[in-house]
Ligand binder design. Sequence first.
Ligand code: HEM
Length: 356
Amino acid sequence: MDYASYLQLSRILSAQAPESARRGTPAHDEMLFIIIHQSYELWFKQIIHEIGLIDGIFGEDSVDEADLGRAVHAAERIVRIQRHLVAQIDILETMTPMDFLEFRNMLVPASGFQSEQFRIIEARLGLSRARRLSFDGHTFDTRLPEDARTRVKAEEEKRTVLAALDAWLSRTPFVEMGGFTFREAYGAALDAMLKGDIAMIAAHPQLSAQEKQVQTAALEKSRAILDALIDDARYAAIRAQGGFVMSRRALQAALFIFLYRDEPALQLPFRLLHAFMDLDEQMALWRLRHALMVSRMIGSKVGTGGSSGAQYLRATADEHRVFNDLFALTTFLIPRSAMPKLPDDVRRAMRYRFEA
Ligand code: HEM
């Protein structure tokens, strides 16, 4: 065992074969282009590895509390990797569009669009086929080689991180415990807050009558959505229109966790939700940075993979979100001072106690 053999460096370091050199017209920047893509693929592999750990912990019908910390740690590690992946775009952008033109046409029809591992990450996290934007009228996997397409399909069959999170959240016991029902206590507190907000809008000296009307209507709409969060039939109607992806019970529990996160038993669940939101945000940031870089590199030319390039990519930043429902919950947060007080037995159930 030595450094080079353990890391199989001879294989890794001999895996850069610029196409421009092979064709006798060496382009200096092609080496950077290859190394950046290869390092992305290595990090994708690590992300899939971490997703495997999270899946193992959440895959069962009950989650051992002792394992929850490891799942949080893995999710937070994915986020750190993603930040690094977003930052790497800076390095690639030291290649100018003119330098890229030296070898770009030699790559056709290869494209990052054919990254099997990227598709596996999306699928394992929970981006379903139905929610994907069509790619110039085709499905996202059309350009994958047959064997890769089969493997991605197999990954799509597995239970996703989103589904596992949903199932786990839906089992949260504290939202209904003894005589306490979170939705009733919270509905009343939220009503009081919205009433205060509506009164503030009505009395605002700088808002026109029309602005007041628009803002009041927006608040009333939020109230209607919250009602849906506590009513099965209304929730099903909103969900059928693509309003929410997660189940009603899961979102209600997530809201509870956001609000009462200072309770000891909710601290790790809160960190987990927070990490999934960071993860979603970083993924969207990567998509956006990649789209901006693409428009800088190729303008409005069609991509080497054949798509309408930057336009398609920019749209995915908005549409290909996995944990977006958690962001929507922020609308329903109320200040700590207005939060309904939890009954003693519920609070006791959420505390740890050491008895000598
Ligand atoms: C000069 C740099 C780059 C350019 C001009 C570029 C261009 C494009 C274009 C135009 C697409 C849309 C599909 C197509 O028509 O080809 C695309 C997709 C994609 N690229 Fe890049 N890319 C670059 C660098 C990278 C890097 C470094 C990665 C890292 C792995 C990457 C990963 C991807 C992925 C995963 C997709 C599919 C995105 C989706 O469908 O949501 N690209 N790229």
